[in-house]
Design a protein around this ligand. Structure first.
Ligand code: SF4
Ligand code: SF4
Length: 280
């Protein structure tokens, strides 16, 4: 993780910054001598939307995606839990989805795989109000795609790779992870780390939790929203992020059931944690 932090710093300070109109030469196709060489021994972080797309492609649960194909490295420098693709235990440390024909989940490959050879940086992470996002080129020695005679703009590449949809979905997660709470060094308690992991990455377990517990007795949710989050992963993902904002940042993103709120207040008063002004 320290290496990744070092790379981030180098990118922010040294890499040429590209806009959507910037041009570069690149083409990746099965005829390049390096075909598939980049699909191994690589750090690919997965967003909640990446996991939704992978589970849909593979026809499995989010639990299966997480347990079979990912790792969640623990590092005390991390502000929140992350999930990465787990490379195979072979000489090339291959991605579990690569085959001779290329990517086995091509239609639903993760954001990071679509973006390459472009990267996107958020200087906000270093200084919230300082600068806007920018793109940069990640020129790996192994990649011969840069020698191909095709010029395109950053915007062409985003369109070609279907990245805009991923960016739109990723925006919810990015806004959450760039919250002041994290930028100002807030730490998550162990139970909040579990909540974060479940609501962001393990949506099937999150769904079971909210429909199988007293969740809806405590939090008011209308029937239409309940029906949507029961069926639709993207709606559930957005709902989960709202719930985390409520539970972690104390934001007003969920409505507490009035009876539960009254009984909680009664309990706090009985324990002397709230006093009536007249008693003070
Ligand atoms: S998911 Fe597909 S594109 Fe990404 S590293 Fe694996 S095989 Fe390559
Ligand atoms: S190394 Fe570059 S050109 Fe080669 S397969 Fe990977 S992205 Fe394509």
């Amino acid at each position: 993780m320290k290496e990744i932090e070092k790379l981030k710093k180098t990118i922010l300070e040294e890499y040429p910054r590209l806009s959507e109109n910037s041009k570069f030469c690149f083409k990746c196709h099965p005829g390049v001598s390096c075909f598939n060489d980049c699909c191994g021994d690589v750090n690919i972080f997965l967003t909640p939307y990446d996991i939704i797309r992978l589970r849909t492609n593979l026809g499995v649960t989010t639990e299966e995606v997480l347990s079979k194909y990912t790792i969640s490295p623990f590092d005390q420098n991390l502000k929140y839990p992350v999930v990465m693709l787990k490379m195979e235990d072979n000489e090339k440390k291959s991605c579990p989805f690569v085959s001779e024909k290329g990517c086995g989940v091509y239609e639903d490959r993760p954001w990071a795989c679509r973006m390459y050879p472009l990267g996107m940086a958020s200087p906000k992470e270093a200084d919230k109000d300082k600068e806007e996002e920018f793109f940069f080129l990640l020129k790996e020695d192994v990649c011969k795609g840069f020698n191909e005679n095709r010029e395109l703009t950053v915007s062409d590449w985003l369109e070609d790779q279907g990245i805009n949809k991923y960016n739109e979905m990723g925006e919810y997660f990015k806004e959450f992870t760039l919250h002041d709470f994290f930028l100002k060094g807030g730490n998550l308690a162990p139970e909040k780390i579990e909540m974060f992991f479940m609501a962001c990455y393990n949506l099937d377990t999150f769904r079971k939790f909210i429909f199988g517990s007293s969740f809806f007795k405590k939090i008011e949710v209308d029937d239409e929203t309940k029906a949507k989050i029961k069926e639709d992963d993207v709606t559930l993902m957005k709902f989960g992020l709202d719930w985390l904002r409520f539970a972690i940042f104390g934001e007003n993103t969920m409505k507490i059931n009035v009876d539960v709120a009254a009984s909680k207040e009664k309990e706090l008063r009985a324990n002397g944690k709230i006093k009536d002004p007249i008693e003070e």
